[in-house]
Design a protein around this ligand. Sequence first.
Ligand SMILES: *Cc1c(COP(=O)(O)O)cnc(C)c1O
Length: 442
Amino acid sequence: MSPRNAATRVSGMVERPPGFCYRESKDSRGRGSALYCENVSLNHLAKQYGTPLYVYSTATIRARLSAFEKAFRHFPHTICYSVKANSNLSILRLLARAGCGFDVVSGGELERVLRADRRGARKIVFSGVGKSADEMLMALKAGILLFNVESESELSVLAECAARLRKEARVALRVNPDVDARTHPYISTGLHKHKFGIPIASARSLYAQAAGIKYLKVAGVSVHIGSQITDVEPFAEAVTRVADLIRQLSADGHTIELVDVGGGVGIAYEQREVDFADHVARYASGVTGPLRELKVHLLLEPGRAIIGPAGVLLTSVLYRKRNDGKRFLVVDAAMNDLMRPALYGAYHEIVPVDIKSETEPQEVVDVVGPVCESGDFLGRDRNLPPVEEGDLLAVLDTGAYGMALASNYNTRPRPAEVLVSGKSAKLIRRREKVRDLLSTEL
Ligand SMILES: *Cc1c(COP(=O)(O)O)cnc(C)c1O
């Protein structure tokens, strides 16, 4: 069976190739189309594993990773996937096998990466504004590549930890370039008013201080200006400022080998992506341009751009209801399973898994979950063909910051996760049970 591009036949239904496409299906109700993840039917997965269910496409992850690799092929670089976007061990293993390093922001994430890739420590970067001494000790023992230090106090704690273990810590200062990323305020991090990084103007003196400390090795400069950034200019601007700093630091006698430009490459949530390879190529030229003359190795920390479009959240319609003319679909996934709409007002495309006919009239509905909050919605005022109770919906582009942000609010066990590759589907996290949740309580 070859994938059929039903998007051209079924108006308005957005697909996400190579992972998620409609195929012609013949069911008891006649002819129609059904959504697949690679060669696996999403109907089939929902039947086997239940809903809500996260489903990820290996082909999409690989395709997006190779777009990055291709765009940066002329510049020495390492992709350090940002673990916080989606930290499932099987996803990390897949990325490690594809050659990725990792960006971690906690001791827990560090443990995950070491579990997924025991010999991968030399490709791990440790970011975060509040690393504890215990976390630093653990990272030093593992022998990670780089600490991205965010304050003078953190630098001295790291120095103590390194001295205690008599192990050298490679250090970059995360500088705050005061660049407006023009993204959602909660995920914008590169302005002086944000808690992140060290003001770029004060970096030189802190580098001088670091260079004088035994067991600290000044190795790089790091910057991360935010997430879901769709323009190239803010990245180019930030790296231009970093390049200026590196020239100053070199004049001061430091050897800067590593430049960590963070993550933040945005994805197209609201429409079909123009062309990801193009987009990453433009990003690559914006980022590498200012660094051309410098002999540095680039570290990239994409999270969302790799895993976001590689995942969907499958959910079943529990009830249709109408309140004074407003139509609701109450589904079995809620804000605890996918927090982005409630947290950021984020938009995710929602599509029916089965399309019965191309000519069905659409209706305007709010897709809401069972949690007791009015903020518990997955989509508002959506045009959908009429779906019935029991039908399946797919919430698209939920591979990043979906399961990673899931909680147990309302004592709801978190969803299961499935990783598809071609014709095969593997359960990579079993559905939680209420028993799991109660097990930590005394
Ligand atoms: C969150 C984060 C990333 C990943 O951001 P994406 O938008 O998912 O690419 C990379 N680096 C750091 C330091 C981060 O905090």
